[in-house]
Design a protein around this ligand. Structure first.
Ligand code: COA
Ligand code: MG
Length: 296
C-alpha cells in the first residue's frame, strides 16, 4: 500500500491551489467537493477536478477526489463527474455503514469495467467522523476496496457535542477506536486536521502524538504543514537505528535460546520486536533505504 503520511486538501474549485499542491512533494492530494467547497461552487469543483485529473502531472503524489456524503443528494453526480478521469482513489466523508461503501464500490467497479482498468485498482478512503461512524467501524473496515480510515475530528466533535481543545482529549476514545479497527484489518489510519495552519510546531507535535498512538498519517490543509507532518510520520534516524538493534539482537538471542533479554537496561521480547518491525516498515514506506543487517 502506498505511503500516505500527509493528505492535503484543497477546495476542488481552486485551480491555483491544485497546481500548487503538485509542486509540494506531498504523499496525497485530495481535491474536495464536500465541506471545503461552497454550496454554489459544487459544479465548478466537479469540472475543475476533472480537468486537473486530465491535464496535470501529479508526479508521485496520489490523486484523490472527495465526494459529498451518501444521502447528501450530491454524491452520485460528484462521482460521475470525476471517476472517468481516473483518480487513484475516492474519499467518502461521513461514512456510517458498510452499505455506503458497497454503493460507492459498485459505482467505481462500473468505471473500472468500462475503461478496462484493473478491478479494485481505484481505492476508497473513508472518513469516520460521526458517532455512528465510530460505532460501526467493525463492519466498515472489512470492505476490500478500503485502504484507510480518516478520522474527522471537527465533525466528530460536532456530532457528539464536544468542545475541541489543543490536547484533543475529547477525541481520544474515537481516535483510539479508529487506530484499533484499522490495525485489525491492515488499513491505514489517518489523523485529525490541525486548523492552526501557521503554527508549524503545533502541527508537528500533534502529528507526533498521532504517530505515537498508531496513526500512519494525518490530514492537512496548508502547504506549511506538509514538511512537519511528513517528518513526524517518518521514523527518525535514532528510532530506525534502535529498531534495527532490537531486531538484530533478538535474532542472536533467539539462536542462543533466549526469548527475553536485556538491551541497555530494557527487557526485550517478542512484542517489542514486532513494534521494531513496524518502525522499519514505516521507514521503508516513507522511502528510507535500509541497508541489510550484517550477518553474524
Ligand atoms: N493546497 C494547496 N495550496 C494551498 C493550500 C492548499 N490547501 N492552502 C494554501 N495554498 C497556497 C496558496 O494558494 C498560496 O499560494 P501562492 O503562494 O502561490 O499564492 C500559498 O499556499 C500560501 O497560502 P496562504 O496565503 O498562507 O493561505 P490562504 O489564505 O491562501 O489559504 C486557507 C488559507 C485555510 C483558506 C487554505 O489553506 C485552504 O483552503 N485550505 C484547505 C481547506 C480545505 O480544503 N478544507 C476542507 C478539508 S478540512
Ligand atoms: Mg468532515
Amino acid at each position: 500500500m502506498r505511503s500516505r503520511r500527509a493528505l492535503l486538501y484543497m477546495p476542488g474549485d481552486d485551480w491555483k491551489k491544485i497546481t500548487k499542491a503538485i509542486t509540494l512533494g506531498v504523499d496525497s492530494i485530495c481535491m474536495d467537493m464536500e465541506d471545503g467547497t461552497a454550496f454554489n461552487r459544487k459544479a465548478e469543483a466537479r469540472a475543475t477536478i476533472a480537468k486537473a485529473l486530465d491535464e496535470l502531472n501529479f508526479g508521485r503524489s496520489e490523486k484523490l477526489a472527495r465526494i459529498n456524503s451518501v444521502g447528501s443528494g450530491l454524491e452520485a453526480q460528484d462521482l460521475q463527474a470525476v471517476i472517468d478521469h481516473h483518480p487513484d482513489g475516492v474519499v467518502l466523508p461521513k461514512c456510517e455503514s458498510r452499505e455506503q461503501l458497497e454503493w460507492l464500490s459498485q459505482e467505481i467497479e462500473k468505471a473500472e469495467l468500462a475503461h478496462g482498468w484493473p478491478l479494485n485498482s481505484v481505492r476508497i478512503l473513508a472518513l469516520a467522523e460521526t458517532a455512528l461512524g465510530i460505532l460501526n467501524l467493525p463492519e466498515i473496515v472489512r470492505h476490500p476496496r478500503l485502504d484507510a480510515i480518516i478520522f474527522g475530528g471537527e465533525d466528530f466533535a460536532a456530532s457528539v457535542g464536544a468542545t475541541r481543545s489543543m490536547e484533543a482529549w475529547e477525541l481520544f476514545y474515537a481516535r483510539s477506536a479508529v487506530v484499533t479497527a484499522c490495525a485489525a484489518y491492515g488499513l491505514q489510519a489517518i489523523d485529525i486536521v490541525n486548523i492552526e495552519f501557521r503554527n508549524t510546531d503545533f502541527v508537528f507535535d500533534e502529528a507526533m502524538a498521532g504517530a505515537r498512538m498508531g496513526f500512519t498519517g494525518k490530514q492537512i490543509i496548508h502547504p506549511a504543514q506538509v514538511e512537519p507532518v511528513q517528518q513526524a510520520f517518518s521514523p527518525s534516524e535514532e528510532a530506525i537505528a534502535y529498531a534495527r538493534r532490537v531486531v538484530a539482537t533478538f535474532e542472536t538471542n533467539q539462536r542462543e535460546g533466549k526469548g527475553t533479554y536485556d538491551l541497555d537496561g530494557k527487557m526485550i521480547d517478542m512484542p517489542l520486536v514486532k513494534n521494531a518491525q513496524k518502525v522499519l516498515d514505516r521507514a521503508r514506506a516513507a522511502g528510507i533505504r535500509l541497508q541489510p543487517l550484517p550477518r553474524k
